[in-house]
Structures are given as C-alpha cells and as structure tokens.
Design a binder for this molecule. Sequence first.
Ligand SMILES: Nc1nc2c(c(=O)[nH]1)N[C@H]1C(S)=C(S)[C@@H](COP(=O)(O)OP(=O)(O)OC[C@H]3O[C@@H](n4cnc5c(=O)[nH]c(N)nc54)[C@H](O)[C@@H]3O)O[C@H]1N2
Ligand SMILES: Nc1nc2c(c(=O)[nH]1)N[C@H]1C(S)=C(S)[C@@H](COP(=O)(O)OP(=O)(O)OC[C@H]3O[C@@H](n4cnc5c(=O)[nH]c(N)nc54)[C@H](O)[C@@H]3O)O[C@H]1N2
Ligand code: SF4
Ligand SMILES: [Mo]
Length: 704
Amino acid sequence: MKPWDRTLVDMPGVATHCPYCALQCGMELRPAPATARPDQVEVAPRAAGGRRAALCQKGWTAAELLSSPERLRTPLVRRGRGAALRPATWDEALGVVATGIARAQEESGPGAVAVLGGGGLTNEKAYALGKFARTVLRTPNIDYNGRFCMSSAAAAGNRAFGLDRGLPFPMADIAEADTVLLVGSNVAETMPPFLRFLTAERPGDGGLIVVDPRRTETAARARLHLQLTPGTDLALALGLLHIAIVEGYVDREYVESRTTGFADVRPIVMTYWPERVERLTGVPVADQHEAVRLLAHAGRAMVLTARGAEQHAKGVDTVSAFVNLALALGLPGTPGSGYGCLTGQGNGQGGREHGQKSDQLPGYRSIEDPAARAHVASVWGVDPDSIPGRGPSATELLDALGRPEGPRALLVFGTNPVVSAPAAGRVEERLASLDLLVVADLVLSETAALADVVLPSAQWAEEDGTMTNLEGRVIRRRRLRPPPAQVRTDLEILAGLARALGHDAAIDTDPERVFDELGRASAGGVADYAGISYDRIDTEDGLFWPCPDADHPGTPRMFLDGFATPDRRARFVPVDHRPAVEDIDAAYPVYLTTGRVRAQYQSGAQTRRVPTLAAAAPRAFVELHPALAERHGIEDGDDVRVVSRRGSAVAPARLTDSIRVDTVFMPFHWPGAGRANTLTNPALDPTSRMPEFKVCAVRLELVA
Ligand SMILES: Nc1nc2c(c(=O)[nH]1)N[C@H]1C(S)=C(S)[C@@H](COP(=O)(O)OP(=O)(O)OC[C@H]3O[C@@H](n4cnc5c(=O)[nH]c(N)nc54)[C@H](O)[C@@H]3O)O[C@H]1N2
Ligand SMILES: Nc1nc2c(c(=O)[nH]1)N[C@H]1C(S)=C(S)[C@@H](COP(=O)(O)OP(=O)(O)OC[C@H]3O[C@@H](n4cnc5c(=O)[nH]c(N)nc54)[C@H](O)[C@@H]3O)O[C@H]1N2
Ligand code: SF4
Ligand SMILES: [Mo]
C-alpha cells in the first residue's frame, strides 16, 4: 500500500495539494485529533515540486468547507417554475435532467444543450466533460471559465512560440533571474508563497519591476513601479521596445537566428517615442528608460504577465507586445531567461489542454484539424464525423442562452458566472430564460441557486485526480476519505448522466483509468501526456509535459533548442496600441478596474463560506484616492454608488493614496449590491474572446 492510500483508520494522512490557485502548494491532510470534531480535517504545509512547505490563509483553511453546514449533501430539484429547490434522490434528479435534455434536443437539435466547465476541475474531469459533450450530447456548445482567465496569454503564446505553456520553465528559475518585469499581477495577495521568488536577493544591478495602476503590496516590494493608466500596457510595451531599439539593446544575433518578423514590428514601434508613451500611459520617460536598462543589462531576465495586462479587449495584442520585447532582448528559449504567463486557477493549465474549450480536443489539439479528429475519435471509439465542430466562447455562449437559435438547456461544472462573468446582470437574465439549468457544485453558489437541478459534487479531499500547475508540472490530487453518502464525484455524475441518456460506457468513473485514456488521446498532440502515469507522478515529484513516452523524463524547460513553430523560430507579431473600448468621458469620468483580495477566491462561492476568510474579507469595497474622494464629498467608509453603462453597484469607500487619482478598484468576489461584474464591459478580444474586465468607465455618487 502506498502512503496516500491510507484511510481514516491507518493515518497519518495523505500527501496532496491545495484546492485553490495554480500554485498548487503541497499539503498533507489528516483527520483532526480526537479532541476536535471527528469529521474535521487538519491541514499541514508540505514541501513539493522543488518548493519549500508554505501555504497562504486560503490553503490553511481549505478543509473547513469539507464539514461545513453549507455544503451540498443531496441533489436538489425545483419542481415547477417559481417553486423552491427541494431535496431529491439521484434517480429523480438525473431523470429530470435526462428528460429535459432529450426534449430540448428532439425539438431543437443537439446544440440545444450547452456545457460550461471550469479551470478548477482535475484533468480527468475536464477531459470527461469534453468527451461527454462531444460523444453523449454531440453538442458544439461547450466552453469554460478559462476564457475569463489566461486565454489572451494563451493565444499570444501560440502565435509567437507555436505552443502555450504558461511558464515554459520551472518557477524556481524566476528567483535566479537578475531582473523580472511583472505586468499586471499582485502575487502578494494572489499567490503569497510565490512572492519569495520575486523578491529574492538579486545579484548585481537587477531587480523587480512591477506594472500596475495601484501601488499594491507587490508593487511596494519592487525596485521600480510603473503606475500606468488602466488599459495602456500595450502602449507601454511598444515604448519599452522603442527604447531598446534606439539604445542598441536588441540582441541582433538572437533575432537573426531564432526569430522571424522583426522587420514588420519595427516601423510601428518607432512611432512610440518615450514622450508619446508618457502621455498615453502616465509612466514618466525616465522610468521607461530605467525599466529597459534593468532588463537589458541583466544576465538573466524574465517578462511575466498576468490578468492586469491580459483581461482586456486587446489582451492578446498586449501580451504579443511584451513577447516582442522579450524576443528583441533575446530572452525566450534562453536558459534562465524567458517570457511567462502566471496562470491562475488550480488547473488553469491542464484545464485548457484536454477538451473543455470550444475549439479544442485533448492534447491541445484543434477541433478543426481532420487528423486530430481522427485520432481522438479512434480513442473514443466514435466516427470522426460525429464529433461536432467548434462552438462559441464562454461569454458568447452565455449571451446566446435562451435566445431563438440559442441553447435551451445548460449544464454547469465548476464555475459561478452569476458573480464572475462580465455584465453579470445580463447573464442572470439569460440563465432565467432557459428551459433547464443544471449545476453541479460543492455549495449552493449564486448560479446553483437559479438552477432547476443541483447536483452535489465531491470536494478535493474526497477525490483522486491530477492537476497541472502554472509551470506545466502534472501533480496528483489524492483522496483522504470518501464523500458524504449522497455526494458523488463529477466523474460519477457524468457517468450517471451518460447512462440516463442511453450511453452506458462513455464515461469511466475511475480517475486513474480516465487519466490513462487522456494520455492516449493526447499522444502526439502539443500537450502530450502519453508518458505520464499516476505511478510516475508519485515517484518523480510530478512531471512536466510534453512527456510522450514512459522513458521520457518530461520537459521542465521548453524552447531551448527551437520553438514549436514549423521553422523552429519564434514569431514577432506586429501590433499597435488602441484605447480601452470604453474610455472615460464627461458622463463617466473615472476608470474602474477589478481584481482580487488575499482572503477570497474568485466568485467567493467557497471562501465566503469559510468563517476565518469571511471575517478577514467580509464585503466588497471601492478603493479610491483621497483626492478623487474629496471631489465627490466621499469619506472613508461612506457607501459609494459606482455607475457604469451596464448598471450600478454600492460598496463602502476605502481611501488610499496607493491608487491613481483617475481610477477606482473593486474586488469581484461578492454577489448582490457590491457585485463588481454588474459594471464590467463584456467587450471581447477578437482572438481570445477575453472580456474587458480590467477597464471600463464609471461615475461615482455618494450614497446619502
Ligand atoms: N486571493 C486570491 N488569489 C487568487 C485568486 C483569487 O480569486 N483570490 N484567483 C486565482 C486566479 S484564477 C487568477 S487568474 C490569479 C490572478 O492573479 P493576479 O493577476 O495577480 O490578480 P488580479 O488581482 O486580478 O490582477 C492583478 C493586478 O492587475 C492590476 N491591474 C488592473 N488593471 C490593470 C491594467 O490595465 N494594467 C496592468 N498592468 N495592471 C492592471 C490590478 O490593480 C491588480 O493589482 O489569482 C489566482 N489567485
Ligand atoms: N470583474 C472581474 N471578473 C472576473 C475576473 C476579474 O479579474 N475581474 N477574473 C476572472 C477569472 S481570471 C476567473 S478564473 C473567473 C473565475 O470565476 P468562477 O469561474 O466563477 O470561479 P469560482 O468561483 O472558482 O467558481 C467555481 C465554482 O465551482 C465550484 N467548484 C469548485 N470545485 C469544483 C469541482 O471540482 N466540481 C464542481 N462541480 N464544482 C466545483 C465552486 O464551489 C464554485 O461555485 O472569474 C473571472 N471574473
Ligand atoms: S497560494 Fe494558492 S495554492 Fe498556495 S495555499 Fe494559497 S491558494 Fe493554495
Ligand atoms: Mo483566473
């Protein structure tokens, strides 16, 4: 027996990872000693993946939700419009779902049913969800919340390098770099144990540079803080490359031998002289020069982006502009240097590789590539022609629900769009117009509360599986104990639904067998997991993809001897700056940007139900500069109404001079009156279909 196979009786516990963010910190779980409540679980940090043991407050308290009175313990069914959700048996609940699906599809075709997944699902579940949609439902309408997350960086990585792995190098390399340019990330709150890698002692004349409209805790630790206007990162990146060219910092030999397209980028960049960039971004000319000098003089340098730069309707071009800068300086594919994106969700990396994305089949394959379809069809035992084509992205899918040609039924696994989707008021309307809304969740999220059928899913400590962390390392989630009697794993739920729809063998319920099947489906693809097994992960402290066969050691560092493009060269992509889709004007004179706080996670469905975290961050707030507050007669703690063209939200003011005078910030973790996403702009990036979460125009009113 392996140590992680032990049950409650034969302690000490299981070695697993945190359920929340992409850092996937190592954890050991044990039943609490006899003095505590017998169903409680103790959490201890555990060294894993070459990192020392460390957890943030969310990790330490993660087990509290296992025994929470607020977790779902039985299926719920709404028997008729306007009726309340009431407990039901699994047979009844799955019967209602199967009948509703059959009716919708008989009347309106396979696309009448849609599926929304999540980047927190294990690889096995993400894979099974995609397979379920394509082989059981046969619908093209499946997408997931990663569209809201790292999709812009993924698209930019694909077009520059031919492949998207958030960090193409191990996290630990970041601590060894002389200079790190961090664009739009507040890791001090979003990945606290990671801060150590950024604030590491840097030998020589290097340092950390942070680009953020707010002097966050992360920015306060930086050597240089570029406090730009929200939505102007693209102009800044063009300006930094301009300086690099003019000052002679371009690595000519690297550009010659390892890239193509520099000549197309140069003419645009040459029009972004420093004074113009200062006018567009607010970043002083001297600071622009200093940033380029720190990057160019470093022996090893890294450019990292996160949501602040990416969650824009020009997110892909913005990331491309930073990749262009990194390429001009010769960083990607050079040992110790590089470009990377900090993926956010627990399985944000693996969740985008195995087929819950609308345009994708397992192994990061394109659903439009005939060879990919043929390969996956052979693993699934179906006719390639029976696999549907690509569907719409998450925001577009949500917007189509209940419309004349749109889906009439929706199944949700692992996302809470009523809180987290842009223009969330409109999303609520769309959900209400469905014939059937089915939500599988751990708790009664705001989306589950609107459902016709709610299915209770097992939590992380009650299931086995794999996750792929932000550096591309495939790791094991291990089960401490079984779920409560009437709670099922997502694999069991999908298998039960498939059976109820007449497909007995489509979905396996054993995670290890599903992982092996996923490995076969991914074989030969970009994200090749074929050589990874549960046994190898156990003995080798995780494995980096690609790992094509059982003898392959995995790939911690990518691109060292060529990029994943046909000619092995990275591509410069010519991009130009453009303003935010909704710029400020007389009626809406202030920028709103949104993001996170340390003690809450995402839509807050989980963390708002953990008492310690709820006490640490109990409600939404509006962060604003004292000078802006004074103009509106607002004092600290006053209720402020924030009004955008989508609607209004009310939350108490939090005054701080760490934010730009023209900008307010709201965290998005809360529903109701303080819901930031009532305000946000659903305008999409043309390539990634990423909504413009990070900038829209608002006006402020003091609530009397
Ligand atoms: N505590 C906590 N941790 C989390 C999460 C959570 O919900 N809570 N979620 C996880 C997930 S899924 C993700 S994606 C990551 C996200 O991790 P981060 O990217 O660090 O998170 P955000 O707070 O969304 O945004 C980061 C910063 O972008 C800044 N910003 C806003 N607008 C702009 C802009 O126009 N340009 C630039 N350069 N910066 C801007 C904000 O001021 C903010 O400080 O965190 C992960 N970790
Ligand atoms: N304004 C604004 N909005 C944003 C962002 C922003 O910065 N600003 N960030 C965006 C980003 S980066 C992200 S990633 C999204 C995230 O937003 P959401 O997609 O809403 O993320 P979560 O709150 O993690 O939702 C996960 C839901 O699934 C449940 N769940 C957790 N694990 C499982 C599981 O294993 N199985 C099942 N069936 N259910 C599970 C949880 O209880 C929860 O209800 O928000 C986006 N929205
Ligand atoms: S940093 Fe992320 S993975 Fe680590 S303990 Fe906190 S939430 Fe969990
Ligand atoms: Mo995210």
